[in-house]
Design a binder for this molecule. Structure first.
Ligand code: MLT
Length: 263
């Protein structure tokens, strides 16, 4: 689809991987910013091996996701995810969202709660940006417009991981982000809504995972989400923000267990 033909509010076809048995319970993995679907490699493998059908898209503007006109919004991301499910012939699915992917998952649940079998919320938060955070987003947007993605990489990489093992791969993934796609994502994150209402009303299994040293979406934000729900399972794992990479097996294990509770 040519960018010039894309209207705001129009849903887009997301490129995605699709692993595991066709008749397995579908789980859609939503990545964070400024990353792509590859951040879920360990969980994708574990869930597929456990019998789930696992789809991992690149969101619009990120990874190999299609570019769109701005301003970016979570509502648009959610419509893209619903379209992905329709194209894959899936009516009901569970969602795992890491950080920005969690914000997208909340918006999908807001738009189509009946279709969401469960939520795995990984290093994310339900509250919207504070005034201070919105100011920060605006400053980041300006930097990306002027200098490209590098200032975002410089600011975020030290917060992603405690250990150095995966640093080069994660840095390369971040650096591949197109500046115009980063702008779309930053606008959508800046303008996202409070999601506690979605969380309180969600009637199916919720897993919350957080890195014990996550400086971006810290354990307190995870605990606030857990307290807002009736019976979410909260799992604290070693590491900073990017726990699906840094503590891949522990996150995968918690997700497989959550997946087994989905109906
Ligand atoms: C992410 O990891 O997706 C973002 O850092 C989340 C955010 O900036 O709010």
């Amino acid at each position: 689809m040519r960018e010039g033909l894309i209207r705001p509010g129009m849903e887009l076809d997301l490129p995605h991987t699709d692993h595991g048995p066709r008749d397995g319970t579908p789980i859609i993995l939503l990545h964070g910013f400024p990353l792509d679907h590859a951040m879920w490699a360990v969980q994708e493998r574990a869930l597929a091996a456990a019998g789930f059908r696992v789809l991992a898209p690149d969101l619009r503007g990120l990874g190999k996701g299609p570019m769109a006109k701005g301003p970016g919004s979570m509502a648009d991301h959610a419509r893209d995810v619903l379209r992905l499910a329709e194209r894959a012939g899936i009516r009901r699915f569970a969602l795992a969202g890491f950080s920005m992917g969690g914000y997208v998952a909340f918006e999908v649940a807001r738009q189509a709660q009946d279709r969401v079998l469960g939520l795995a919320l990984v290093d994310t938060r339900a509250e919207p940006d504070s005034e201070e955070a919105r100011k920060g987003r605006r400053a980041t947007l300006e930097k990306v417009r002027a200098q490209g993605i590098q200032p975002v990489v410089d600011a975020m990489l030290p917060k992603m991981l405690v250990a150095k093992d995966h640093e080069r791969d994660v840095e390369a993934m971040m650096k591949r982000t197109r500046p115009e796609g980063a702008i779309l994502a930053l606008e959508a994150m800046r303008d996202r809504r409070d999601a506690f209402d979605v969380l309180r009303a969600f009637p199916r299994p919720i897993l919350i995972v957080v890195g014990e040293q996550d400086p971006i979406t810290p354990p307190d934000a995870a605990r606030a989400m857990a307290q807002a729900t009736k019976d979410a399972r909260l799992v604290v794992v070693p590491g900073a923000h990017l726990t699906p990479v840094e503590s891949g097996d522990a996150v995968a294990e918690a997700m497989v267990e959550w997946g087994r509770a989905l109906r």
